[in-house]
Design a protein around this ligand. Structure first.
Ligand code: PLP
Length: 322
């Protein structure tokens, strides 16, 4: 059995404590599960890849934006399992000069090196990606394939994210926090958290639709969604967030943890910032043990820093440290 299909339980590490309030915040280091198939994307791919193998599929086709962690993870997994991977990527302009695209985009470059074939489409065509017509078109080009939706979320993905929390996690902590894009990871956490635990989900997207998205994959309704911690929208940020990330990374470098805890700017940093705000404003009260899931995605930092540099903004200090 391939190692991808038997991920370990990830380790929990101290992130921050508020001794006066007796609040401890630990991080569950899902980012350390695998070097390339990172964090929750490994969890979400696991049962999909097993299903693809069971069906005898030789090709995986999936979707994403140009910096997608899911695209990166699928390409790497395909390489390891000897499956052909096709990435349908939003942005037809990226196809004009592939050399240039790869020079500017380490996510796509690495996915290409891992053997992924790209099909670049316009934003309009991308919106049609889940239609029968689009699928027929893809089959005409690439032959038959196993389809994994954008962001990797379907019910098999949620089955995988139900393996994130350990028995220890579901007894020791009072609050579990997780960031959400499609909500598939949050659904798996909610499904396996204990009744006494509160799950707080931090949406990375603007708009109030995340609760409904998650409810497609869970029967529980007693979880909370924070929609106001996006720093202006998906993948947006300001200097405050970048400075926070640099500060917490520096503080996380200790004798016991010489590699520290690097956060990425799209999901986990906004969650941690949000948790600290909830503690400081008294929304989260004292004597509380909090577990926040580090869902990985550190591959996006290099591309994000390029963008920050272009805009002459404050950069992340730890691009090359892991
Ligand atoms: C994709 C991703 C998420 C969001 O996961 P969903 O299951 O789509 O909600 C969170 N964190 C990181 C680092 C991710 O790459």
């Amino acid at each position: 059995m391939n190692r991808l299909f038997t991920p370990n339980d990830s380790v929990n590490q101290k992130f921050k404590s508020f001794p006066d309030l007796e609040i401890e915040v630990d991080m569950k280091r899902e980012d350390l599960l695998h070097k390339e198939v990172s964090g929750n994307k490994l969890r979400k791919l696991k049962y999909n890849l097993l299903e693809a193998q069971k069906q005898g599929a030789r090709t995986i086709l999936t979707f994403g934006g140009a910096f997608s962690n899911h695209i990166a993870a699928t390409a790497a997994a395909g390489q390891l399992l000897n499956l052909r991977t096709i990435g349908v990527i939003r942005g037809e302009e990226l196809a004009e000069d592939l050399e240039k695209t790869f020079a500017h985009n380490s996510t796509l470059k690495k996915a290409h090196q891992n053997g992924m074939q790209f099909h670049f489409v316009s934003r309009q065509a991308y919106r049609e990606k889940d239609t029968k017509a689009f699928q027929t078109q893809m089959e005409a080009i690439f032959g038959s394939y196993y389809n994994i939706p954008e962001g990797g979320t379907n019910s098999l993905a949620v089955k995988g994210t139900e393996e994130i929390l350990t028995e220890y996690d579901t007894t020791y902590y009072h609050i579990i926090c997780v960031a959400a894009g499609t909500g598939g990871t949050a659904a798996g956490i909610i499904n396996t958290a204990s009744p006494h635990q509160k799950v707080i989900v931090f949406s990375a997207l603007k708009g109030g639709f995340m609760k409904e998205e998650i409810e497609q994959y869970t029967l529980r309704r007693d979880f909370e969604v924070v929609n106001e911690m996006t720093f202006g929208g998906y993948a947006k940020s300001d200097d405050r967030l970048i400075d926070y990330m640099n500060t917490r990374f520096r503080e996380s470098l200790t004798i016991e943890n010489p590699y520290g805890i690097p956060l990425e700017p799209i999901y986990t940093a906004k969650m941690m910032y949000g948790i600290e705000q909830m503690v400081e404003s008294g929304v989260i009260k004292g004597k509380t043990r909090i577990l926040a899931v580090h869902t990985g995605g550190l591959q996006s930092i290099a591309g994000y820093n390029k963008m920050l540099e272009k805009k002459r903004r404050l950069k992340l200090s730890y691009e090359n440290q892991f």
